[in-house]
Write a protein that binds this ligand. Structure first.
Ligand SMILES: Cc1cc2nc3c(=O)[nH]c(=O)nc-3n(C[C@H](O)[C@H](O)[C@H](O)COP(=O)(O)O)c2cc1C
Length: 183
């Protein structure tokens, strides 16, 4: 069996993103290969799609999702909800040929300024993924907050508790990806 492939998506574009740091820490614990998808897509526009089909970036992202055995989504919390960047990407890929997210194991992680670590944003993201038929892992929840001091200079998680939760989640994601490969 080939090694499972993980596609990582980060809901923050900024260079110093804490969610990208968390995503990087988590992806390193996946037993397989990984790459990051680019969410810098145009805003969803039905006229654009009708005129020229899926934009190149959307087609690339949909193909990456399709080829992946599992997804890891790092989801910031903006006003208690996921950023528009992620919703836009999900709306676009839902217009691609076939159901690219159907049956795809997905793990969620989040890092926030607030103490709750993104509990509300993750819950809403779960609802957002439901119509796309993704199989979102339910536990353990990786909710890193307050995240400002959660990483050391090398990008590692300072707290053993958070690192253990990441390890357990990524072990489950690897197992789910292998199961999917075997189906
Ligand atoms: C528009 C906006 C809304 C935010 N709303 C929340 C919030 O509801 N809860 C929270 O804990 N942090 C909130 N924050 C702070 C973010 O958690 C913090 O900036 C975090 O570092 C953003 O993720 P990033 O580092 O991956 O870019 C908000 C930040 C922005 C820019």
């Amino acid at each position: 069996m080939t090694e499972p492939r993980l596609l990582c998506l980060c809901g923050s574009l900024r260079k110093g993103s804490l969610n990208r740091k968390l995503m990087t820490v988590a992806a390193a614990r996946f037993d397989g290969s990984f790459e990051e998808g680019d969410l810098r897509l145009p805003l969803y526009d039905g006229d654009l799609q009708e005129a020229q089909g899926l934009p190149e970036g959307v087609a690339r992202l949909a193909a990456q999702i399709s080829a992946a055995d599992a997804l890891l989504i790092a989801c910031p919390e903006y006003n208690k909800a996921p950023p528009g960047l992620l919703k836009n990407a999900l709306d676009w890929v839902s217009r691609a040929e076939g159901q690219v997210l159907e049956g795809k194991p997905v793990a969620l992680v989040s890092a926030t300024a607030g103490r709750a670590g993104g509990e509300r944003t993750q819950s809403i993201l779960r609802w957002m993924l439901q119509p796309l038929r993704a199989e979102v892992l339910t536990h353990p929840e990786v909710l890193v907050g307050p995240a400002a001091d959660a990483f050391d200079a090398s990008g590692a998680l300072v707290s053993e508790r958070f690192q253990k939760a990441v390890d357990a989640l990524m072990a489950r994601l690897t197992a789910a990806a292998r199961e999917k490969q075997a189906r």
